[in-house]
Design a binder for this molecule. Sequence first.
Ligand SMILES: *Cc1c(COP(=O)(O)O)cnc(C)c1O
Length: 435
Amino acid sequence: MKFYSTNHNSPDVTLRDAVVKGLAPDRGLYMPETIKYLPDSFFAGIDGMSFQEMSFEVAKAFFGEDIPEQDLKQIVFDTLSFDTPAVRVEDNIHSLELFHGPTLAFKDVGARFMARLLGYFNRNERQLVNVLVATSGDTGSAVANGFLGVPGVHVYVLYPKGKVSPIQECQFTTLGQNITAIEVDGVFDDCQALVKNAFMDAQLNAAMKLTSANSINVARFLPQAFYYFNAYAQMKRIGKADNLVICVPSGNFGNITAGLFGWEMGLPVRHFIAANNANDIFYKYLQTGTYSPRPSVQTLANAMDVGDPSNFARVLDLYGGSHHDIAAHISGATYTDEQIAQTMKQCLEETGYQLDPHGACGYRALKEQLELGQTGVFLETAHPAKFKEKVDAITGADVEIPARLAAFMKGTKQSVPMSRDFVDFKQYLLSEAGK
Ligand SMILES: *Cc1c(COP(=O)(O)O)cnc(C)c1O
């Protein structure tokens, strides 16, 4: 299958090139040229399939022309070594728990898939592939852990100094091996700008093979469609799939875009809700039709602190740039830190369910927007223990830290300090390339 750039100003590429390049030369994001409609029989039988089985069918639609069936199956089955259960919070609201992977956030799915796909494509190459990834918290840990020990690949994780939680920081600064953490004196958008500039820099690209593992990479964002199908299958099993509304706590918009792809493949979803924190650029776009990026502000739901969501370009492209169509399929919501905190507290008191700050935005948007006869599923994008200090302080609970999370906190932090000037970062990478 060919992949085109959302800017329509660079040549179409193969899956392999789209994965290795990450971003198109014209700075656009790659899109698959067709989105296959899955047959009715698939949806009719989906409730009898395992998560891996249904995901393999979805994966074949995007990657099946480029990867032999057995290899693709292996990649999908290895990626999904954990489930994404839809847990009942109240009668018509379920939490799709995406935090049962190794780093306890939904990004494990895309990161594990991409690591395996890149490993597959690079299996006969001699030159090292360098993955650059900017993180506002959870991407870094998911990507670092997804790629840890993968031969022929080195990962550089760029994160904003002092702006990720201590537990998040441990998850990518203590690994060693082929993982290097870079602590940038700036905000997430500075990290993202450094990464984007590196991909555009001719001298750097001549010196080393660079690729991105941010959600701009098709190998990371497309596999996120898998669990939307799993949500549907689970709702179907309990007879609640007819009027499904899916709500996605959104930052860079990779997650919800994958859901929209699922919908284009025929997934029966009534509509989507994109829940924002105070970084409500998309919410404002829905209201006004004007997209006005602005610097991100720090919030309780810090993995959603994005001021210029990269995947907005994909949403626009998917709907031919039509604000009307976008607003018809996706509604918005935006919550202050006070509202997020109040929602976490109230949900725990009323239902016994412990939300994390990101999931809280999703839950609240469903509470406010769900209509009679609809069933809502919100994506619980991270385990509350990843934000334990804040969650405990707000809800008065003592969130238990799962063993696999506690293990990260025993390591020693190692990171490279970096300014937000591209010249410094470039110098550093060139010295790394020379090693
Ligand atoms: C990354 C992240 C988000 C935002 O997802 P996008 O794909 O960037 O919209 C939401 N919640 C958590 C916990 C995250 O790590």
